[in-house]
Structure formats: C-alpha cells, structure tokens
Design a protein around this ligand. Structure first.
Ligand code: TYM
Length: 331
C-alpha cells in the first residue's frame, strides 16, 4: 500500500444473508478498486445491532461475511479487511460526530423512516443516529471514495455535510469523501415487485436471490420473476421487471443492453429468464465454492480479521488523535 494512493472505504452489515443486490451494488465493484487504490473494507457489525440480532447468529454471519468478501475476490494482501467493533475509534468518533449532527438531518433519512416503520417495537436511538456512525466509518480513514449502491447515497451526502460542518467549526480535519455508484447494478429491484428495491429482509423469499442460493433455486426464482405482457426483451419505460432482469444479466455477463436485446430478439421471456438464471448461477458458483472452503477455516479468518484490525486501527488512530485535540480533550 502506498501513501499517495486514493483511499477507498466501504462496508456491508452482517445482518442477514447477502442478496445479489448487495453483491452487484457494492462488493463486486470493490474488487477492481483494490488494484488501484488503498482499499479498506469493513464488516459493519456495530451497525447491525441497530435492529435486534441473535448474538450467536451475528457472530456467525460476521465470520461468513469476511469469508464472502474474500470468496468474491477481495485479497487481504491487497486491501484491509476488518470488523468494525475491533477498531474502537469507530465508536469514539461516532460520539463526537453525534454531537455535530443535527436532529433534523437525521430525521430526513429515508432508511431511518423505512426501518422504524418495519421495526416499530424497537425504534432505538442507535437506529436514529446510525448515519453518524457511518460518517465516522468513512471520515476516520480520510476516505476519497465510497463505493456503494444507490440507497446509501443519502448517508454519504450527510457525511459530507457533517464533515464540512466539523471542518469549518474546528479547522480542516476531514477529507471530503465522494460516493461512487456504478452505472449498472446500483439499484437491483425485487423480482416479485420490481418497483421496490431488492432487500434481504423481504418476507417473500422469491423477491430476492441470495449470494448463497443454489443453482436450482436461482433458476426457479428467475423463472418466477414478474415481467410484463409485451413479450419483448427490450429496455424501456414501464418494463421494470424486464429492465431489472436485463440489468442483472448485464452485470453477470458484461454484455450491453443492445447486445442483450439482439440476443433475445424474437425469443420469449421463458428463454430469457432461464438465461438470466444460468448466468447468475454460473457467476456465483466459484464464489460459493470458495466460500465453502474458507468458512471451514475459522483460524485463518481470525488471522485476517486481526491483521486488518491492526492496520485499520493505525490509520484511524491518527484521525482520532487530531479530532480529540481539536474538540478540546486533553491528549
Ligand atoms: P447494507 O449492508 O444495507 O448494504 C450493503 C451494500 O449493498 C448495497 N445494496 C444494493 N445495491 C444495489 N441494489 C440493491 N438492491 C441493494 N441493496 C443493498 C448498499 O447500497 C450497500 O452499498 N450503512 C451501510 C453499511 C455501511 C457503510 C459504511 C457503507 C456502514 N458503514 C460506510 C459505506 C461506508 C448499509 O447498511 O449497507
């Protein structure tokens, strides 16, 4: 890792099984970045407890997410992979940023509105102030770029507002990060209600494809995907279902929309859906095999986490020392 490289930071919550939305909107795009930038990728376990988690399951999913990062192609020799709760600076900076984030700003976050509607029995303060923790994640590393799906852009905007406010009150401290949203795959939609985002917490399991779904399940879910009555594989208005399947197919095959339209000209949706299912299954198969191998070796996963936490702590410590000094804490 060289110091003159731009810094990339991103994270995923270990709060359930990952969907192909998570993969295409984030992790898949992180792989190429590790060749060019100084990349720091985090398993955001502290974010996960904003909704009630079963402790043993959370622990298990945290191991699994580290394994899934690596199985997807993230190389711990090329980037820093770590678990958020292993680096206490995240909680420390989050508190300082909480004191520089406005109630009104947090109230406007759509994710908070959605999640508090979904978990009406547990609208805790962490759920509300979660974007301040996310801002801390990003700002601790003097991050330049944050590769995420579309739904996280509002939190990145807030991060920029908070960084700007802190910098102007206390003097320049944080670099201004930018969100990086991929042209394709930034918003993968539900297979059963294609006006809605694909989400791992959807009650209807046919609405999403999990990264660890087996081949038959993937193909079955694609076959059941909601489309339209036009029977033409064409990207266009009013064709949310087909647009979504075309996007998924494009992401897994690298083909353009024009190429896909040509490929399926004069063919029905049945053929197309099967092809999408096969492309997804083929794309995920090597990841699933590697995941199965890695999850067997907890000791190795722990060594990756420990090395990552050490590297991340070193970087985070520099920002934290500055922040504490600037706000008036005795160092
Ligand atoms: P999370 O865990 O909900 O989602 C992880 C990543 O997956 C993307 N994503 C999608 N992309 C395309 N289509 C979809 N249907 C879809 N669903 C999810 C998300 O945009 C995200 O990039 N708060 C974050 C985790 C986080 C974080 C951070 C991210 C914590 N700290 C700092 C960036 C920087 C979250 O809950 O993502």
């Amino acid at each position: 890792m060289e110091n003159n490289h731009k810094i990339v930071f991103s994270a995923v919550q270990p709060s359930g099984k990952l969907t192909i939305g998570n993969y295409l909107g984030s992790i898949k795009n992180w792989i190429a970045l590790q060749e060019e930038y100084q990349c720091i990728y985090c398993v955001a376990d502290m974010h996960a407890i904003t909704v009630r988690q079963e402790p043993a399951a959370l622990r298990q999913r945290t191991y699994e997410l580290v394994a899934l990062y690596m199985a997807s192609g993230l190389d711990p020799e090329k980037c820093t992979l770590f678990v958020q709760s292993h680096v206490p600076a995240h909680a420390q900076l989050a508190w300082v940023l909480n004191c520089n984030t406005m109630f009104g700003e947090l109230s406007r976050m759509t994710q908070f509105k959605d999640k508090s509607a979904k978990h009406a029995d547990n609208i805790n303060a962490g759920l509300f102030t979660y974007p301040a923790l996310m801002a801390a994640d990003i700002l601790l590393y003097q991050t330049d770029l944050v590769p995420v799906g579309q739904d996280q852009m509002q939190h990145i905007e807030l991060t920029r507002d908070v960084a700007g406010r802190f910098n102007s009150v206390y003097s320049p401290t944080f670099k201004m990060p930018e969100g990086l949203v991929h042209r394709n795959g930034a918003k993968i939609m539900s297979l059963s209600e294609p006006q809605k985002k694909m989400s791992k917490s959807d009650e209807n399991t046919n609405a999403f494809i999990l990264m660890l779904d087996d081949r038959d399940t993937i193909i079955r879910k694609c076959k059941r995907a909601v489309t339209d009555s036009e029977a033409q594989v064409r990207f266009g208005e009013g064709k949310d279902g087909i647009n979504n399947l075309m996007t998924i197919y494009a992401c897994f095959t690298g083909k353009t929309m024009e190429e896909i339209e040509k490929e399926f000209e004069g063919r029905g949706y049945g053929d197309f859906k099967l092809a999408v299912g096969e492309a997804v299954a083929d794309g995920l198969a090597p990841i699933q095999d590697e995941f199965a191998r890695l999850t067997k070796d907890k000791t190795y996963l722990e060594s990756v986490m420990a090395k990552g936490a050490e590297a991340a702590s070193r970087l985070a410590g520099r920002t934290m020392a500055k922040v504490y000094r600037k706000v008036g804490f005795i160092g």
